[in-house]
Unconditional design. Structure first.
Length: 94
């Protein structure tokens, strides 16, 4: 037999109220909804949400883009001005 435990969380009352209402619409109480969520995490070993940053990317995608941008700044070419960059880009289009 499994051992039961209690979880306490602090959450905005409006979010709790809206989540409770949504779960009740599908016949679940708040406790059952949270249990389903935690069971899903345990079974799939992942979070069953599409977690995205404010820019619309996953955290991993955004970290990769930031790393690439940092590498480009550190290792990339630098130009005195737009004209010099334009000349070099056009001359390398063979």
């Amino acid at each position: 037999m499994s051992t039961q435990t209690t979880i306490q969380i602090r959450i905005d009352s409006k979010i709790k109220r809206e989540a409770k209402r949504t779960l009740e619409e599908i016949g679940l109480d708040l406790s059952s909804g949270l249990k389903l969520f935690l069971h899903n995490i345990a079974i799939t070993q992942s979070v069953p949400l599409d977690l995205r940053t404010a820019n619309g990317f996953t955290i991993r995608q955004e970290q990769e883009m930031l790393r690439e941008a940092k590498d480009a700044l550190e290792k990339g070419r630098r130009y005195v001005g737009v004209r010099k960059m334009h000349e070099e880009v056009l001359s390398s289009e063979d």
